[in-house]
Design a protein around this ligand. Structure first.
Ligand SMILES: Cc1ncc(COP(=O)(O)O)c(C=O)c1O
Length: 385
Protein backbone atom coordinates (compact mmCIF):
# COMPACT_ATOMS: atom_id res chain seq x y z
CA UNK A 1 0.00 0.00 0.00
CA UNK A 2 1.38 3.41 -0.99
CA UNK A 3 0.85 6.52 1.10
CA UNK A 4 -0.16 9.83 -0.52
CA UNK A 5 0.48 12.51 2.10
CA UNK A 6 -0.78 15.33 -0.15
CA UNK A 7 -4.14 13.67 -0.88
CA UNK A 8 -7.24 14.95 0.94
CA UNK A 9 -7.69 13.26 4.31
CA UNK A 10 -11.02 11.71 3.27
CA UNK A 11 -9.16 9.87 0.49
CA UNK A 12 -6.17 8.94 2.64
CA UNK A 13 -8.55 7.26 5.07
CA UNK A 14 -9.59 4.87 2.30
CA UNK A 15 -6.14 3.28 2.01
CA UNK A 16 -6.38 -0.34 3.08
CA UNK A 17 -10.17 -0.32 3.20
CA UNK A 18 -12.44 -2.38 0.94
CA UNK A 19 -13.65 -0.82 -2.30
CA UNK A 20 -17.10 -0.61 -0.70
CA UNK A 21 -15.80 2.27 1.44
CA UNK A 22 -15.15 4.52 -1.59
CA UNK A 23 -17.75 7.28 -1.61
CA UNK A 24 -19.44 8.11 -4.91
CA UNK A 25 -18.91 9.39 -7.47
CA UNK A 26 -15.20 8.53 -7.60
CA UNK A 27 -12.76 7.74 -10.39
CA UNK A 28 -11.39 4.30 -9.66
CA UNK A 29 -8.56 2.41 -11.36
CA UNK A 30 -8.42 -1.37 -11.29
CA UNK A 31 -4.65 -1.52 -10.74
CA UNK A 32 -4.33 -5.19 -11.67
CA UNK A 33 -6.03 -4.63 -15.04
CA UNK A 34 -4.04 -1.43 -15.63
CA UNK A 35 -0.74 -3.19 -14.94
CA UNK A 36 -1.65 -6.00 -17.33
CA UNK A 37 -2.44 -3.41 -20.03
CA UNK A 38 0.81 -1.55 -19.33
CA UNK A 39 2.90 -4.70 -19.63
CA UNK A 40 1.07 -6.00 -22.72
CA UNK A 41 1.79 -2.81 -24.64
CA UNK A 42 5.41 -2.65 -23.47
CA UNK A 43 5.92 -6.29 -24.52
CA UNK A 44 4.26 -5.68 -27.88
CA UNK A 45 6.46 -2.68 -28.71
CA UNK A 46 9.59 -4.56 -27.66
CA UNK A 47 8.66 -7.64 -29.71
CA UNK A 48 8.08 -5.47 -32.80
CA UNK A 49 11.28 -3.45 -32.44
CA UNK A 50 9.52 -0.08 -32.08
CA UNK A 51 9.86 2.51 -29.34
CA UNK A 52 6.91 3.21 -27.09
CA UNK A 53 6.17 6.79 -26.03
CA UNK A 54 2.67 6.58 -24.51
CA UNK A 55 0.42 9.62 -24.64
CA UNK A 56 0.25 10.97 -21.08
CA UNK A 57 -2.54 13.41 -21.97
CA UNK A 58 -4.72 10.41 -21.15
CA UNK A 59 -3.75 9.92 -17.48
CA UNK A 60 -1.93 13.24 -16.83
CA UNK A 61 0.05 11.56 -14.07
CA UNK A 62 3.82 11.75 -13.51
CA UNK A 63 3.68 8.58 -11.44
CA UNK A 64 1.98 6.56 -14.22
CA UNK A 65 4.36 8.06 -16.80
CA UNK A 66 7.33 6.83 -14.78
CA UNK A 67 5.77 3.37 -14.43
CA UNK A 68 5.36 3.22 -18.21
CA UNK A 69 9.01 4.22 -18.58
CA UNK A 70 10.12 1.60 -16.06
CA UNK A 71 8.41 -0.99 -18.27
CA UNK A 72 10.36 0.21 -21.32
CA UNK A 73 8.75 3.37 -22.68
CA UNK A 74 11.37 5.89 -23.86
CA UNK A 75 9.37 8.83 -22.49
CA UNK A 76 5.86 10.20 -22.85
CA UNK A 77 3.91 12.54 -25.11
CA UNK A 78 1.74 15.43 -23.98
CA UNK A 79 -0.30 17.96 -25.98
CA UNK A 80 0.15 21.09 -23.88
CA UNK A 81 3.05 23.11 -22.49
CA UNK A 82 1.53 23.11 -19.01
CA UNK A 83 1.09 19.33 -19.14
CA UNK A 84 4.79 19.02 -19.94
CA UNK A 85 5.65 21.35 -17.06
CA UNK A 86 3.48 19.39 -14.61
CA UNK A 87 4.96 16.02 -15.60
CA UNK A 88 8.52 17.38 -15.57
CA UNK A 89 7.90 18.74 -12.07
CA UNK A 90 6.85 15.20 -11.11
CA UNK A 91 10.19 13.78 -12.34
CA UNK A 92 9.45 12.71 -15.92
CA UNK A 93 12.70 13.30 -17.84
CA UNK A 94 11.80 12.77 -21.50
CA UNK A 95 8.74 14.55 -22.88
CA UNK A 96 7.42 15.22 -26.37
CA UNK A 97 4.81 17.94 -26.91
CA UNK A 98 3.20 16.25 -29.94
CA UNK A 99 1.46 19.45 -30.86
CA UNK A 100 2.16 22.95 -32.19
CA UNK A 101 2.90 25.91 -29.90
CA UNK A 102 2.79 29.37 -31.46
CA UNK A 103 2.51 32.04 -28.75
CA UNK A 104 5.95 33.59 -28.01
CA UNK A 105 5.28 33.67 -24.25
CA UNK A 106 4.47 29.97 -24.25
CA UNK A 107 7.52 29.22 -26.39
CA UNK A 108 9.63 30.92 -23.71
CA UNK A 109 8.23 28.36 -21.26
CA UNK A 110 8.99 25.59 -23.75
CA UNK A 111 12.59 26.82 -24.02
CA UNK A 112 12.94 27.05 -20.24
CA UNK A 113 11.65 23.51 -19.88
CA UNK A 114 13.94 22.21 -22.66
CA UNK A 115 16.92 23.66 -20.79
CA UNK A 116 15.77 22.30 -17.43
CA UNK A 117 15.20 18.79 -18.77
CA UNK A 118 18.49 18.74 -20.67
CA UNK A 119 20.35 19.97 -17.58
CA UNK A 120 19.11 16.93 -15.71
CA UNK A 121 19.94 14.50 -18.51
CA UNK A 122 16.52 14.42 -20.14
CA UNK A 123 15.08 16.17 -23.16
CA UNK A 124 12.11 17.92 -24.66
CA UNK A 125 10.67 17.58 -28.15
CA UNK A 126 7.93 19.49 -29.94
CA UNK A 127 5.96 19.43 -33.21
CA UNK A 128 5.80 22.17 -35.87
CA UNK A 129 3.72 22.58 -39.01
CA UNK A 130 4.53 26.12 -40.25
CA UNK A 131 7.70 28.13 -40.99
CA UNK A 132 6.47 30.85 -38.61
CA UNK A 133 6.33 28.26 -35.82
CA UNK A 134 9.89 27.16 -36.60
CA UNK A 135 11.18 30.74 -36.47
CA UNK A 136 9.35 31.54 -33.23
CA UNK A 137 10.67 28.36 -31.61
CA UNK A 138 14.21 29.11 -32.78
CA UNK A 139 13.99 32.62 -31.38
CA UNK A 140 12.83 31.32 -27.99
CA UNK A 141 15.55 28.64 -27.88
CA UNK A 142 18.42 31.05 -28.66
CA UNK A 143 21.95 30.23 -29.67
CA UNK A 144 22.20 26.46 -29.45
CA UNK A 145 23.63 25.89 -26.00
CA UNK A 146 20.53 23.80 -25.33
CA UNK A 147 18.67 21.74 -27.92
CA UNK A 148 15.10 20.84 -28.62
CA UNK A 149 14.03 17.93 -30.84
CA UNK A 150 11.61 19.03 -33.53
CA UNK A 151 9.13 16.80 -35.37
CA UNK A 152 7.39 18.06 -38.50
CA UNK A 153 3.71 17.19 -38.41
CA UNK A 154 2.22 15.87 -41.63
CA UNK A 155 -1.56 15.68 -41.99
CA UNK A 156 -2.12 11.99 -42.67
CA UNK A 157 -5.89 12.10 -43.00
CA UNK A 158 -7.41 13.66 -39.89
CA UNK A 159 -7.41 17.21 -41.28
CA UNK A 160 -6.35 18.59 -37.92
CA UNK A 161 -2.83 20.02 -37.61
CA UNK A 162 0.07 19.21 -39.90
CA UNK A 163 1.32 20.35 -43.27
CA UNK A 164 -1.16 19.43 -45.98
CA UNK A 165 1.17 17.71 -48.46
CA UNK A 166 4.24 15.47 -48.12
CA UNK A 167 6.18 17.97 -50.27
CA UNK A 168 5.50 20.68 -47.66
CA UNK A 169 7.71 18.80 -45.19
CA UNK A 170 10.91 19.68 -47.06
CA UNK A 171 10.93 23.50 -46.59
CA UNK A 172 10.26 22.97 -42.88
CA UNK A 173 13.08 20.44 -42.63
CA UNK A 174 15.40 22.95 -44.33
CA UNK A 175 14.28 25.73 -41.97
CA UNK A 176 14.88 23.56 -38.89
CA UNK A 177 18.33 22.55 -40.15
CA UNK A 178 19.35 26.24 -40.26
CA UNK A 179 18.91 26.72 -36.50
CA UNK A 180 21.61 25.44 -34.10
CA UNK A 181 19.20 24.93 -31.19
CA UNK A 182 16.73 22.88 -33.22
CA UNK A 183 17.41 19.23 -34.01
CA UNK A 184 15.37 17.72 -36.84
CA UNK A 185 14.06 14.61 -35.08
CA UNK A 186 11.61 13.30 -37.66
CA UNK A 187 7.98 13.21 -38.65
CA UNK A 188 4.79 13.38 -36.58
CA UNK A 189 2.12 11.32 -38.37
CA UNK A 190 -0.99 10.66 -36.31
CA UNK A 191 -4.49 10.06 -37.63
CA UNK A 192 -6.89 10.32 -34.68
CA UNK A 193 -10.02 9.63 -36.69
CA UNK A 194 -8.59 6.31 -37.92
CA UNK A 195 -8.41 5.05 -34.32
CA UNK A 196 -12.17 4.83 -33.99
CA UNK A 197 -13.11 3.37 -37.37
CA UNK A 198 -15.07 0.33 -36.26
CA UNK A 199 -13.90 -2.40 -38.61
CA UNK A 200 -10.36 -3.68 -38.96
CA UNK A 201 -10.69 -3.31 -42.75
CA UNK A 202 -11.53 0.40 -42.46
CA UNK A 203 -8.60 1.01 -40.13
CA UNK A 204 -6.23 -0.85 -42.48
CA UNK A 205 -7.43 1.24 -45.43
CA UNK A 206 -6.91 4.48 -43.48
CA UNK A 207 -3.41 3.39 -42.43
CA UNK A 208 -2.48 2.52 -46.02
CA UNK A 209 -2.97 6.22 -46.78
CA UNK A 210 -1.00 7.29 -43.68
CA UNK A 211 1.93 5.06 -44.59
CA UNK A 212 1.98 6.14 -48.24
CA UNK A 213 2.08 9.82 -47.23
CA UNK A 214 4.87 9.21 -44.73
CA UNK A 215 6.91 7.30 -47.32
CA UNK A 216 6.48 10.08 -49.84
CA UNK A 217 7.57 12.76 -47.37
CA UNK A 218 10.63 10.72 -46.47
CA UNK A 219 11.57 10.19 -50.11
CA UNK A 220 11.32 13.91 -50.87
CA UNK A 221 13.34 14.97 -47.81
CA UNK A 222 16.02 12.33 -48.40
CA UNK A 223 16.34 13.27 -52.08
CA UNK A 224 17.24 16.79 -50.87
CA UNK A 225 20.03 15.39 -48.67
CA UNK A 226 18.27 15.65 -45.31
CA UNK A 227 16.81 12.88 -43.21
CA UNK A 228 13.80 12.30 -40.97
CA UNK A 229 15.35 9.97 -38.39
CA UNK A 230 12.13 8.88 -36.65
CA UNK A 231 8.48 8.61 -37.64
CA UNK A 232 6.22 8.82 -34.59
CA UNK A 233 2.46 8.41 -34.24
CA UNK A 234 -0.27 5.78 -33.62
CA UNK A 235 -3.06 5.43 -31.10
CA UNK A 236 -4.74 2.53 -29.35
CA UNK A 237 -6.94 1.69 -32.37
CA UNK A 238 -4.26 1.20 -35.02
CA UNK A 239 -0.85 0.87 -33.33
CA UNK A 240 -0.39 -2.69 -34.63
CA UNK A 241 -0.53 -1.36 -38.19
CA UNK A 242 2.05 1.35 -37.51
CA UNK A 243 4.26 -1.10 -35.62
CA UNK A 244 4.35 -3.49 -38.58
CA UNK A 245 4.56 -0.79 -41.26
CA UNK A 246 8.34 -0.71 -41.45
CA UNK A 247 8.23 3.12 -41.45
CA UNK A 248 7.06 4.02 -37.93
CA UNK A 249 9.73 3.84 -35.24
CA UNK A 250 7.66 5.03 -32.28
CA UNK A 251 4.12 4.45 -30.97
CA UNK A 252 2.17 7.13 -29.08
CA UNK A 253 -0.88 5.12 -27.94
CA UNK A 254 -2.38 6.36 -24.68
CA UNK A 255 -5.87 5.00 -24.04
CA UNK A 256 -4.71 1.35 -23.99
CA UNK A 257 -3.78 1.81 -20.34
CA UNK A 258 -7.38 2.44 -19.18
CA UNK A 259 -9.54 1.49 -22.21
CA UNK A 260 -12.83 3.34 -22.53
CA UNK A 261 -16.29 2.29 -23.71
CA UNK A 262 -15.76 3.89 -27.12
CA UNK A 263 -12.63 1.87 -27.89
CA UNK A 264 -14.52 -1.27 -26.83
CA UNK A 265 -16.89 -0.64 -29.79
CA UNK A 266 -14.02 -1.24 -32.27
CA UNK A 267 -13.86 -4.64 -33.94
CA UNK A 268 -10.86 -6.33 -32.29
CA UNK A 269 -7.77 -6.61 -34.48
CA UNK A 270 -6.31 -10.10 -33.88
CA UNK A 271 -2.87 -8.66 -34.71
CA UNK A 272 -3.01 -6.32 -31.68
CA UNK A 273 -3.06 -7.35 -28.03
CA UNK A 274 -6.42 -6.91 -26.31
CA UNK A 275 -6.72 -4.51 -23.39
CA UNK A 276 -9.04 -4.57 -20.40
CA UNK A 277 -11.19 -1.81 -18.96
CA UNK A 278 -9.26 -0.41 -16.02
CA UNK A 279 -11.00 2.94 -15.43
CA UNK A 280 -14.38 3.16 -13.72
CA UNK A 281 -16.60 5.78 -12.16
CA UNK A 282 -17.98 4.23 -9.00
CA UNK A 283 -21.56 5.46 -8.71
CA UNK A 284 -24.61 4.81 -6.57
CA UNK A 285 -28.27 4.37 -7.49
CA UNK A 286 -29.84 7.48 -5.96
CA UNK A 287 -33.34 7.21 -7.39
CA UNK A 288 -35.50 4.40 -8.78
CA UNK A 289 -38.69 4.42 -10.80
CA UNK A 290 -40.72 1.73 -12.54
CA UNK A 291 -38.85 2.16 -15.82
CA UNK A 292 -35.35 3.30 -14.90
CA UNK A 293 -32.80 4.10 -12.21
CA UNK A 294 -30.60 7.16 -11.79
CA UNK A 295 -27.02 7.14 -10.51
CA UNK A 296 -25.24 10.03 -8.81
CA UNK A 297 -22.57 10.54 -11.52
CA UNK A 298 -23.29 12.72 -14.54
CA UNK A 299 -21.07 14.34 -17.12
CA UNK A 300 -19.23 16.33 -14.46
CA UNK A 301 -17.83 12.89 -13.47
CA UNK A 302 -17.34 11.25 -16.85
CA UNK A 303 -16.99 12.67 -20.35
CA UNK A 304 -19.75 11.91 -22.84
CA UNK A 305 -18.24 13.39 -26.01
CA UNK A 306 -17.65 9.83 -27.31
CA UNK A 307 -20.95 8.42 -26.08
CA UNK A 308 -22.60 7.52 -22.81
CA UNK A 309 -20.88 5.20 -20.35
CA UNK A 310 -21.43 1.44 -20.21
CA UNK A 311 -22.28 -0.27 -16.96
CA UNK A 312 -19.72 -2.88 -15.95
CA UNK A 313 -21.17 -6.39 -15.61
CA UNK A 314 -24.84 -5.33 -15.65
CA UNK A 315 -27.63 -5.63 -18.24
CA UNK A 316 -28.22 -1.89 -18.06
CA UNK A 317 -27.96 0.79 -20.70
CA UNK A 318 -27.35 4.49 -20.15
CA UNK A 319 -30.12 6.44 -21.87
CA UNK A 320 -29.54 9.94 -20.57
CA UNK A 321 -26.98 12.03 -18.77
CA UNK A 322 -26.96 15.48 -17.22
CA UNK A 323 -24.53 17.34 -14.98
CA UNK A 324 -24.88 15.13 -11.89
CA UNK A 325 -27.12 12.26 -13.07
CA UNK A 326 -27.02 9.33 -15.47
CA UNK A 327 -30.25 7.48 -16.28
CA UNK A 328 -30.09 3.72 -16.83
CA UNK A 329 -32.64 1.25 -18.18
CA UNK A 330 -32.62 -2.56 -18.18
CA UNK A 331 -31.63 -4.07 -21.54
CA UNK A 332 -32.80 -7.65 -21.04
CA UNK A 333 -36.00 -7.32 -19.04
CA UNK A 334 -33.98 -8.04 -15.91
CA UNK A 335 -34.96 -6.37 -12.59
CA UNK A 336 -33.55 -2.92 -12.02
CA UNK A 337 -30.93 -2.48 -9.27
CA UNK A 338 -32.19 -1.39 -5.86
CA UNK A 339 -31.85 2.08 -4.39
CA UNK A 340 -28.37 2.46 -2.91
CA UNK A 341 -26.75 -0.18 -5.18
CA UNK A 342 -23.23 0.41 -6.45
CA UNK A 343 -22.75 0.57 -10.21
CA UNK A 344 -19.40 0.84 -11.97
CA UNK A 345 -19.57 3.03 -15.06
CA UNK A 346 -17.07 2.56 -17.88
CA UNK A 347 -16.56 6.10 -19.25
CA UNK A 348 -17.12 6.74 -22.95
CA UNK A 349 -13.80 8.59 -23.30
CA UNK A 350 -10.98 8.21 -20.79
CA UNK A 351 -8.86 11.34 -21.48
CA UNK A 352 -11.46 14.04 -20.70
CA UNK A 353 -12.88 11.89 -17.89
CA UNK A 354 -9.55 11.83 -16.05
CA UNK A 355 -9.27 15.59 -16.52
CA UNK A 356 -12.41 16.01 -14.38
CA UNK A 357 -10.75 14.49 -11.30
CA UNK A 358 -7.89 15.41 -8.97
CA UNK A 359 -7.17 11.86 -7.79
CA UNK A 360 -7.47 8.33 -9.09
CA UNK A 361 -8.39 5.79 -6.42
CA UNK A 362 -6.40 2.62 -7.12
CA UNK A 363 -7.99 -0.68 -6.15
CA UNK A 364 -6.22 -4.03 -6.06
CA UNK A 365 -7.93 -7.44 -5.94
CA UNK A 366 -11.00 -6.55 -8.04
CA UNK A 367 -13.72 -3.93 -7.86
CA UNK A 368 -15.98 -6.01 -5.59
CA UNK A 369 -13.62 -7.89 -3.27
CA UNK A 370 -10.56 -5.66 -3.57
CA UNK A 371 -9.23 -2.87 -1.40
CA UNK A 372 -7.82 0.59 -1.92
CA UNK A 373 -4.07 0.26 -2.45
CA UNK A 374 -3.05 3.64 -3.89
CA UNK A 375 -4.08 7.18 -4.58
CA UNK A 376 -2.66 8.54 -7.83
CA UNK A 377 -2.60 12.29 -8.35
CA UNK A 378 -3.75 13.69 -11.70
CA UNK A 379 -0.79 16.09 -11.82
CA UNK A 380 -1.77 17.82 -15.06
CA UNK A 381 -5.48 18.08 -14.31
CA UNK A 382 -6.83 21.21 -15.97
CA UNK A 383 -3.49 21.95 -17.68
CA UNK A 384 -4.92 23.37 -20.87
CA UNK A 385 -2.42 26.06 -21.88
C1 LIG B 1 -1.06 13.21 -31.26
C2 LIG B 1 -1.67 12.05 -30.55
N1 LIG B 1 -0.95 10.91 -30.42
C3 LIG B 1 -1.44 9.84 -29.78
C4 LIG B 1 -2.70 9.85 -29.21
C5 LIG B 1 -3.14 8.63 -28.44
O1 LIG B 1 -4.30 8.06 -28.86
P1 LIG B 1 -5.14 7.06 -27.96
O2 LIG B 1 -5.36 7.69 -26.62
O3 LIG B 1 -6.39 6.96 -28.72
O4 LIG B 1 -4.35 5.82 -27.85
C6 LIG B 1 -3.50 11.00 -29.35
C7 LIG B 1 -4.85 11.03 -28.79
O5 LIG B 1 -5.71 11.81 -29.09
C8 LIG B 1 -2.95 12.14 -30.02
O6 LIG B 1 -3.68 13.26 -30.18
Amino acid sequence: MKSAPDAPVRLQRLLGQGAAAIDTPALVVDLDAMERNLQRMADYARAHGVRLRPHAKMHKSADLSLRQMQAGAVGVCVQKTSEAEALAAGGVPDIYISNEVIAPAKLQRVATLARALQARGGRLAIAVDHPQGVEALAQAMGTGEYLIDVFIELDVGQQRCGVAQPADVLPLAQAIARHPALRLAGLQAYNGSAQHLRSVAERRAALDIVIARVQEARRIVEAAGLSLPLVTGAGSGTFGLEARSGVFGELQAGSYLFMDADYARNEADPAQPAFEHALFVKSQVMSVSGSHVVVDAGHKSHAIDSGLPRVHGEALEATGCSDEHTTLRATAGTPLPALGSTLWLIPGHCDPTVNLHDWLVGVRGGLQAGSVAELIRVDARGCLD
